[in-house]
Design a binder for this molecule. Sequence first.
Ligand code: FDA
Length: 496
Amino acid sequence: VSGAHVPALVIGTGYGGSVAALRLAQAGVDVHMIEMGRAWDTPGSDGKIFCNTREPDYRSYWLRTRTKAPLNYFLGFPIDRDIPRYTGILDAEEFGGITVYQGRGVGGGSLVNGGMAVTPRRENFAAVLPSVNAAEMYDVYYPRANAGLGVGLIDPAWFDTTACYQYGRVGRKHAQRSGFPFVFVPDVYDWDYMKQEAAGTVPKSALAGEILYGNNHGKKSLQQTYLARARATGRVAVSPLHRVTSVAPAGGRYAVTIEQLDDTGGVTATKTVTADRVFFAAGSVGTSKLLVKLKATGVLPHLNDEVGKGWGDNGNVMCGRANHMWDATGSLQSAIPCCGIDNWAAGGAFAEVAPLPTGIETYASFYLSITRNPHRAQFSWNAAAGRVELNWQTAWKQPSIDMAKTIFDKINAKEGTIYRTDLFGVYKIWGDHLTYHPLGGAVLGRVTDGYGRLAGYPGLYVIDGALIPGNTTVNPFVTITALAERNIEKIIATDL
Ligand code: FDA
């Protein structure tokens, strides 16, 4: 309601926002969460809340009239299709040199992601968050995050036999034959449910190609974990299809301007509420865009010059390999990855063995690599265009490609195989145009203090992936969650 006052307002309902809401509510603070995406709690006319990767419909993309699939070609043919403009679940946000994929809706990235829940190796943590006490993180906050998210590991005996991970077993064989460490990757997917999918006793989700546009079953998104617990406190309200556009000082409080959106992204109302505390949890890109704009337009002029800096893509790069006919990867592929190749120490790359859940045999092995890419980009305000821009260059992916090649050139040489050239265009090997893992833009200890308090503005906090300076060495959401757990505990103990 316009004109209302709330003790704590949280912008965004992803990992950082959900942790903040739960812990504040448990401490007795009433919380209002503002989310620009949909609630994703009501089935469409087909009886399903989410659509499938094989038939993307109006629910698939955020305000686009054509799909923009991360893997946009198959056998050299473009696979994107026209869709009606709608407040769909996956945003393919285009900047000059990179497309940044993000989840839109109550649950943020947890709605669309693969659920891979990876804690970085402890020896790598000093490079991930240099100013944070590693012992505290590994003794307290990583375990708390893993428990809160419901992280589990595939049953290795089932992995060895089930048809839906034949592609994983081919990935393991090729990794091991070239001498690379093979690792299982934990996930928030309900592994018992997936076994039942394979047995044909429950409706299929991972085994029906559901991923990217939501999972109708099996995946524990934040709606089933942190947000469910937050709502159960009775102290947390969520407003979907509401977008924050401004946060301004107002007599010791903050005035927050919010636009209400309709199904196609049109603004139907503009509201202002006041809050004692505001938590920026709009994701690395969302939080950075807000802070850069608010500083440049004089609304929050005392934010320091580090705002918008230190952004990285977590070194994401994709590729496929063409296998021999005797290394078929299977026509049934679980959409949830469960294993990878860890060559971080030797070559700066951690490669997930990813599915190609097309429903047909492709003879392809597909990989998403996370690499130690050193490049960092900066967000800035373009006053003439009235928007925030990011100066990432496509050529900055070259170090990532070189690091991924430390794995796949060797495997190809050993197996006598070649790269697929038909997955990202016509004769294009590397998927170097995107990231799933935006990180940074409001880096911990630079834009904020050591716990996410925005310098110059008491009561304003950053509590999402914007705090992390560009790379987590593995998939990021466990680290985002654990850091949020650490920071909110301190904030509740000292600021409230
Ligand atoms: P997050 O992006 O989750 O949430 C921010 C929320 O704020 C969004 O819901 C957004 O709509 C909302 N918002 C933004 N601006 C707003 C505004 N102005 N007003 C109101 N609301 C606003 N990670 C991982 O660890 N394992 C994995 O397997 C994967 N896989 C994966 C696949 C795909 C396709 C994607 C796109 C991403 C992943 N990720 C992943 C990445 C992971 O999902 C991501 O790192 C986290 O969701 C980031 O969490 P945050 O809390 O920072 O923001």
